[in-house]
Design a protein around this ligand. Structure first.
Ligand code: ATP
Ligand code: MG
Length: 430
């Protein structure tokens, strides 16, 4: 026998028995995006390397270590997208979306690829839902975006979720901060990890995001950006907080949040869940006013967030949040004999045209096995068709829950009889 082919390390299958959970969450996300005025954007899975080097930042872990790159037949090396923002920013510029009026609000559902050590809540292919706003600089837009995130988690009934916010200032206030940070880390240099040594040279703020426990410990006492904010950044942050208070969105200010991507400015935030272990950040986002210019456009303020869907589903599962199971099929028709089979085929077709899930035997099972299958898929009703039923154009419709049998006409009267029985049974349960 040929050897079985296994999935690639760090990837996961979403199986038919579980996909309804994803569909449920995606529907809530899409619906929240809609009420907040967002429209979906879909961009390619691979882009030019320069997009992420410039858009995400050369010194970031994502670009330095995690990018998934493949070689095309033409010998060009292209990365699979590690995140959703850079692609949507590129599309905005390429299609001059600013001409369509500001702000532009776009949301996305994407797969992302990062070469990381696979573990619970950390995969090499994973899914993100993101919301992006372009052309809004008011602190109201920060508050509105954070509010959209909070509203999503509320609708999904997540508990014990912490919203942590911070401001990482603008390049102006950051210059002074970098100096202070560098000075601090220089004095602790011998204990920092190898990667942080090079971070110290290129971008000391990245050290604050290091996952190594020793670096984390050292970073605890590092100077805080929040103490270095310029007047504008300070008043922006203070207004964001005022608006969040007004919207009754609870948050804590965590001066250690800096986010892992280079393009962030001013507001940054994370939603953190309890009880799912180390990978507890389900959503990360903030403002990135420098991004569009970095990608060659005219300066345009921007902000957004991304939710990791695997982590979101993990939290929901850990918290026992019930996701409504899909509707059961309304009917299974067991057919015996050629004529009955054709009748079953046609009847099922009529039901499906009316938007109802109906089944009949397509694998050639005997009656007993067919009924067992009907039970397994949870069909609400079953109908057995044999020569007699076809001859008389009548059959017994069995309610699988109550075992009650009702006579039903076949042929053109079938739908009318069936719908009446189905509706009566549903009313009984409600
Ligand atoms: P982390 O610090 O956990 O690595 P990050 O800062 O790299 O997260 P972002 O780039 O902000 O994450 O991505 C937004 C969200 O996407 C994260 O909050 C998380 O929920 C999810 N995410 C990021 N990387 C992965 C991954 N490798 N596998 C699954 N989900 C991920
Ligand atoms: Mg990461």
């Amino acid at each position: 026998m040929a050897q079985l082919i296994k999935k690639i390390k760090g990837t996961e299958d979403i199986l038919p028995r579980d996909s309804y959970k994803w569909q449920f969450v995606e529907k809530v996300l899409a619906d929240e995006a809609r009420v907040f005025g967002f429209k979906e954007i879909r961009t390619p899975v691979f882009e030019q390397t320069a997009l992420f080097v410039r858009g995400v930042g050369e010194g970031t872990d994502v670009v330095q270590k995690e990018m998934y790159t493949f070689e095309t037949k033409g010998g060009e090396s292209l990365p699979l997208r590690p995140e959703g923002t850079a692609g949507s920013a590129r599309a905005l510029l390429e299609h001059a979306l600013v001409n369509e009026g500001l702000p532009i609000k776009a949301n996305y559902f994407t797969t992302c690829y990062r070469y990381e050590k696979p573990q619970a809540g950390r995969q090499r292919e994973f899914h993100q839902f993101g919301m992006e706003v372009y052309g809004a600089n008011s602190p109201l837009s920060d508050a509105e975006l954070i509010c959209a995130g909070a509203s999503i988690f509320e609708r999904l009934q997540l508990k014990n979720l912490r919203l942590e916010i911070n401001s990482i200032g603008c390049p102006k206030c950051r210059a002074e901060y970098h100096r202070a940070l560098k000075e601090y880390f220089e004095s602790k240099k011998e204990n920092l990890c190898g990667t942080c040594h090079s971070r110290l040279e290129k971008n000391p703020m990245r050290i604050l995001d290091c996952k190594s426990p020793i670096c984390k410990e050292i970073a605890k006492d590092a100077p805080k950006i929040i103490d270095f904010l310029c007047e504008d950044c300070e008043s922006h942050f203070s207004a964001v907080k005022t608006y969040l208070d007004a919207a009754e969105v609870k948050y804590t200010v965590n001066p250690s949040i800096v986010r892992g991507l280079d393009y962030y400015t001013n507001t940054v935030f994370e939603f953190i869940a309890e009880g799912i272990g180390a990978q507890s950040t389900v959503c990360g986002g903030g403002r990135y006013n420098g991004l569009i210019e970095e990608l060659g456009g005219n300066p345009l303020p921007a902000l957004g967030f991304a939710i990791g869907l695997e982590r979101l589903l993990m939290v929901m599962e850990a918290q026992g949040i019930e996701i409504p199971a899909p509707d059961k099929p309304v009917l299974y028709i067991a057919a015996l004999g050629k004529e009955a089979e054709i009748n079953a085929f046609k009847t099922v077709k009529t039901l499906r045209e009316a938007g109802l899930e109906a089944h009949f035997d397509i694998v050639g099972r005997g009656l007993k096995a067919q009924m067992k299958y009907a039970d397994k898929i949870g069909a609400k009703f079953t109908l057995v068709l044999g020569d007699n039923e076809i001859a008389e154009q009548k059959a017994q419709l069995k309610n699988m829950e109550t075992s009650e049998k009702t006579e039903i006409r076949l042929g053109e009267n079938f739908m009318q009889d069936f719908m009446a029985i189905l509706l009566a049974s549903e009313n009984k349960f409600n």
